[in-house]
Design a protein around this ligand. Structure first.
Ligand code: CP
Length: 309
């Protein structure tokens, strides 16, 4: 039987192409399961999973919890804002207390880059990174690539542009790694102030003109401006940002081909994308959310199969 090359999902950086293909094949099976009248399998009745969220989340938190429940795992949820972290407890103490309750797997979102890697070196449980600061968001990239494959048939050779706040985005880095492993050509597009200095070292094309980027691509993944990670002003005004880097229907209609529009959410309607585009058939935003459950079921199932009781 095939298995993942890793015991944790800390980032796409640690995966190889076969790992991603195995996750996609397993997700295909679970996607069929979650479209049945009874959307549940008994696979993980012996596994307990803790969801530790030290940062806000809607999609990722609910999607992981649903994936775990669809696999029949026992689930406990932890939110930093309602916990003893507020009383000064450290990350390792918090997690070790949770693990004493016989937890096998930890899904963690944390504001600090590398938090998942750090934890994996100190505790005896399988770790899934649900987003670590501006570093990686591996399950988002997996569900994004899976959704491109679903819409366009394959990823190899496709042109994908990631538009917006690349500097503060964990979605961008994980997508760049995953898309390149799967043979896509990747471009980033945004104002120079929101493009990291080292970005060309990752082998991506760089463009500051949105129209040129959209004319080049098959898929545009629109990112939100992450104001919560900004300590200074990166562009003169939201109005100007939208004028230069927002997609609207008339811009898309003026291109000589129909491209696929993606967004990881949460959307700032009217800033990086208009409602007309977000709610159109050209956008696969809700398909991404639907596929997130199957992808997370696959990741959890494959990692759980490596846990030795
Ligand atoms: N895409 C994403 O990570 O959304 P949430 O922050 O709501 O989980």
């Amino acid at each position: 039987m095939s298995e993942l090359s890793v015991n944790h999902l800390l980032g796409i950086k640690y995966l190889n192409k076969k790992d991603i293909q195995l996750i996609f094949e397993t997700a295909d099976h679970f996607k069929e399961v979650i479209n049945r009248p009874i959307k549940k399998v008994p696979s993980l009745r012996d596994i307990t999973i803790a969801n530790l969220f030290f940062e806000n989340s809607t999609r990722t938190k609910l999607s992981f919890e649903l994936a775990e429940k669809r696999l029949s795992a026992d689930v406990i949820n932890f939110s930093a804002s309602q916990s003893s972290v507020k009383k000064g407890e450290t990350l390792i103490d918090t997690v070790n207390n949770i693990l004493s309750m016989k937890v096998d797997m930890v899904v963690m979102r944390h504001p600090n880059p590398g938090a998942g890697v750090f934890l994996s070196q100190h505790i005896d449980a399988s770790i899934i990174n649900a987003g670590d600061g501006a570093h990686e968001h591996p399950t988002q990239a997996l569900l994004d690539c899976y959704s491109i494959r679903e819409r366009l048939g394959e990823i190899k050779g496709k042109h994908v542009v990631i538009v917006g706040d690349i500097l503060h985005s964990r979605v961008a880095l994980s997508n760049i790694y995953a898309l390149q492993l799967l043979g896509a050509k990747v471009m980033v597009c945004g104002p120079k102030t929101l493009l990291p200095k080292y970005i060309e070292d990752l082998g991506v094309k760089v463009e500051t003109d949105l129209r040129k980027a959209l004319n080049w691509c098959d898929v545009a993944n629109m990112l939100r401006v992450q104001n919560e990670r900004m300590d200074m002003s990166y562009f003169p005004s939201t109005r100007e940002y939208t004028k230069l880097y927002g997609v609207n229907k008339s811009l898309l209609n003026s291109l000589d081909k129909e491209i696929t529009i993606m967004h990881p959410g949460p959307i700032n309607r009217g800033v990086e994308i208009t409602s007309e585009v977000a709610d159109s058939n050209q956008a696969i935003i809700l398909d991404q959310v639907e596929n997130g459950v199957a992808i997370r079921m696959a990741v959890i199932y494959l990692l759980a199969s490596k846990i030795k009781h």
